[in-house]
Ligand binder design. Sequence first.
Ligand code: C2E
Ligand code: MG
Ligand code: MG
Ligand code: MG
Length: 282
Amino acid sequence: LSKTLGRNRYSYFTPELQASAQNRLRLITDLRGAIAGEQFRVYFQPVIELATGRIVKAEALLRWQHPQRGMVMPDEFIPLIEETGMIHEIGEWVFREAVHWAQRWRTGRHSEFQISVNKSPVQFQKEANGHIGWLAHLEELGLPGNTIAIEITEGLLLDADPAIVGALLGCRDVGIQVALDDFGTGYSSLAYLNRFDIDYLKIDKSFIGNLTDNPGDMALSEAIIVMAHKLGLKVIAEGVETAAQRDLLASVGCDYGQGYLFSRPLPPEAFEALLLDDKCFA
Ligand code: C2E
Ligand code: MG
Ligand code: MG
Ligand code: MG
């Protein structure tokens, strides 16, 4: 028995796994210096109103400009900053950046411009009765709550932790909007769309990718849009990469689209140029 166990245990330590464990440790070490080194960046990806082809919103997306590795994407380091608790400080910083740029961009025909920020479940744990710094910042600048939308995932609502629900409701009280991200990939319970007063549904990009050649995904997307509208929610399709996808979505009344067809996520200066350009994506 011990021999079998020994062999099984040995098989866990493949060179690949050891390398990735080392890689992980090195990333965590590097992350500790990344805040002080000002290596984080916030990129902005436009959200287009499909009926008009105009940019009306943006999603803030975190990037890590690593001095040797180059640009590190969130899927690689967000789990690490969640585990180490760094997400609280970094997440707050992302919100402050979003508030800063939103204030700058809400002028002229973009006076209603909104920026959405992703917030993972662990970020809610620390602020049950908490003072949220960026909210105060928003108020100081005299910006209305709907300048910012928070993107959450279905898992957060599934647990329905009273502290989390409280934190979410606190934001809603001052007019912050809420978007349900990656819709369709989790449990997708229709009950909590009503219960939690969600403003936007974001259809996950895995459905949008197959829209034109998978009738099932098209039917599902269309059903989500109809249902969302009946409940008074707006729908954002993520991962729109082709004009055919955009046209199909527009034809079934999808409100907004986001994806490489329109633009990749951009550094703030480049996003600002795109916004000022006032290009029509219809
Ligand atoms: P998400 O919130 O679902 O963000 C959408 C992701 O889809 C982004 O990946 C975006 O770059 C990508 N995307 C946009 N258009 C297209 C397209 O046409 N095709 C394809 N294939 N992908 C597209 P990104 O920036 O790598 O972010 C990954 C995830 O990391 C996000 O998924 C979000 O869950 C998380 N994340 C990013 N920034 C933050 C942050 O500031 N805080 C927290 N808590 N999570 C973040
Ligand atoms: Mg998102
Ligand atoms: Mg998403
Ligand atoms: Mg996601």
